[in-house]
Design a protein around this ligand. Structure first.
Ligand code: IDP
Ligand code: MG
Length: 137
């Protein structure tokens, strides 16, 4: 059993796709062990995406991520980190495989509906950024 971190991004929350995406998680055998709805500040979004701070899209990305509520979650299961990335699909929905969340639901490269940690190390950092140990059950 391992854990990963997920975000249902503002474009998906606004379009009332939260429940549908939670079903996608559960249907894949992942357990939601923590979840909450948040409206990130620009600063919180910048801290979360610090690894991308030098990229040209950083300003737009952090404005979008702080533009409305999102839902953050911790997922648990066998190979949770790679499994959730597989279910999400490629970053650019145009390149995402059929049946993945990004292929089916994403708006575009930026508004791509979901986030998932890219490694076990990132998962640990990202979970700790949003949740205390007491909130993960
Ligand atoms: P990931 O979410 O698949 O891990 P990353 O490369 O870590 O992709 O990028 C983080 C997020 O930044 C993406 O999910 C997407 O919302 C946004 N993004 C990535 N590349 C671009 C780009 O070239 N233009 C605009 N937004 C981008
Ligand atoms: Mg990433």
């Amino acid at each position: 059993m391992s854990r990963t971190f997920a975000i249902i991004k503002p474009d998906a929350v606004e379009r009332k796709l939260t429940g549908k995406i939670i079903s996608w998680m559960e249907n894949a055998g992942l357990t939601v062990v923590a979840m909450k709805r948040l409206h990130l500040t620009k600063k919180q979004a910048e801290g979360f995406y610090a690894e991308h701070s030098a990229r040209g899209f950083f300003g737009d990305l952090t404005s979008y991520m702080s533009s409305g509520p999102c839902v953050v979650a911790v997922l648990e299961g066998e190979n949770a980190q790679p499994k959730w990335r597989d279910i999400m699909g490629a970053t650019n929905p145009a390149n995402a495989a059929p049946g993945t969340i990004r292929k089916e639901l994403a708006v575009d490269l930026e508004k791509n509906s979901v986030h998932g940690s890219d490694s076990e190390t990132s998962a640990a950092r990202e979970i700790a950024y949003f949740f205390s140990e007491l909130e993960v059950v």
